[in-house]
Structures are given as C-alpha cells and as structure tokens.
Design a binder for this molecule. Sequence first.
Ligand SMILES: [Zn+2]
Length: 265
Amino acid sequence: MALPKIYTDETAARTHLEGLLWPDGPTCPHCGTVNEATLLKGKSTRPGVYKCRPCQKPFSVTVGTVFERSKIALHMWVYATDLITGAKNGMSAHELHRMLKVTYKTAWFMMHRIRKAMEETNPEPMGGEGQPVQADETYYGNTSKRSKSYKRGMRYKHGVVALVDPSTGKARAKAMRATGENIQDFLFTNVHRSSELHTDVAHLYFQMGQEFAAHKTVAHGSHGTGEFVGKDGQHTNNVENFSSNSNAGCAAPTFTVKSSTYTVT
Ligand SMILES: [Zn+2]
C-alpha cells in the first residue's frame, strides 16, 4: 500500500502541518496575529514563508517546532512523528531506521528530537497546594472598529498570556487569539488546580478562577512603579502577600516570548 502523500511529499507535509497548527489561518509566532499574513514567493524565498502584515516579520509553520532549521525533509519528520506517537509499545531507533530508510544515526537523532518535543509540550502544571501563580495578558494589534481584522468579523484580540510563579520566578507564556476559552484552556493545562490564582480584576478570570483553590485579584498600580494596589481593603493582605513573595530574595523574573520581553516586579 502506498504511503500517504504527507509522508512522501514536502509540500503536502507542510500543508498538513499548517492545517493542524493554524486552524484559523497563518498565525504569527512573533505577535500572535491570525490570518493577516502574505505568503512570500520568489526564487530566493524558502517555501512556506509568510510575512505578518501587522509586525512585518517573516515566519513559517515550522518556527518554534522540532522541525525548524532541519536539513531533514519535512515529510520525513511528519512520518517519524506519526510513527513514534502512534506506536503503542514504543519504538526503537532501529525500527525507525528501517521504516524511514534513513541511516541509523539520523533515525536516532530524529527520535530524540521528537521525544524531547513531546515532553516539552506536556510539561508539569505550575504551582501546587497553596502556591500562588499569577496570570496576566497583554494585547497586540488594533482592535478598533476601523481595523481590517475587525471589519472582517474577527472581533477578538490577539495577545500573549503569561503565567508567573512568584516564588520560583519561573514563567510560561503563549501567543494566542485571546478569547476567554483559549485563556481558560491555557490556564487549566498549565496551572495546578490546588494553586492560588492571582490575576488583575479583568472580568474574564472570574469564572475560571473558581476552578482553583483560591482566586485573588490585584489592581495594577501605574506601570513602572511596580506597585500593586488592592481594589479595596479586603484585598490588601493578598496584595501584600503577593508583593512580599516576589520581593523575598527572588529577582524580578524576566522572560522572553518570541519578540517581546516581560518583567514582573
Ligand atoms: Zn506578527
């Protein structure tokens, strides 16, 4: 039986990945904008490279994936990934070497890259019993009624949602279409339910906040001063608790998400 085209043809493999990773159209990994990119064409351009109109940066579906900057053809990666993830009892590098008809060394390398990527996409949730985790979101792009995307009916914002564990300084962030549902999915997969969720007073967190051991809100002070002010008296303790946690012997965690840097004070 002939192999499916996605395992034998580079373009078919790329289209397959684009469909999987970009269900709503090309998604810019730099700014999170969905479906506002132009496919670049020309002899000097690698296939599958898009240019984001809002941020003007180039990207392809392989940016940030295990397949990025590889000399191994994309359809080989897709085939290997499907073989490894589909093997019920695991797969050895020898088996992969025989199935893919590549050298043992290449098969071994691919197997390790794919396994590592699988571990990274399923990391342990942050926080834990009584541990605070702070969630915050930053929006990008023009969401005014005059903008092209708004006119096209895409009335959602593009943004980056960030999670910070103030006791360790560890952070996790994701660029996404910032709908309540997407933010909730990200929180539920990445934050342990026994954690205390700390957010600003944004309405979107109220419902999902109930799923955690506690949900505490802080109103952000003016930016740059690093002050957090509770919205009323009841919240003062929480805020103080949050501030003392982040100041207690732990440097302000800084982390980079693609092109943007965030500092939590
Ligand atoms: Zn962009």
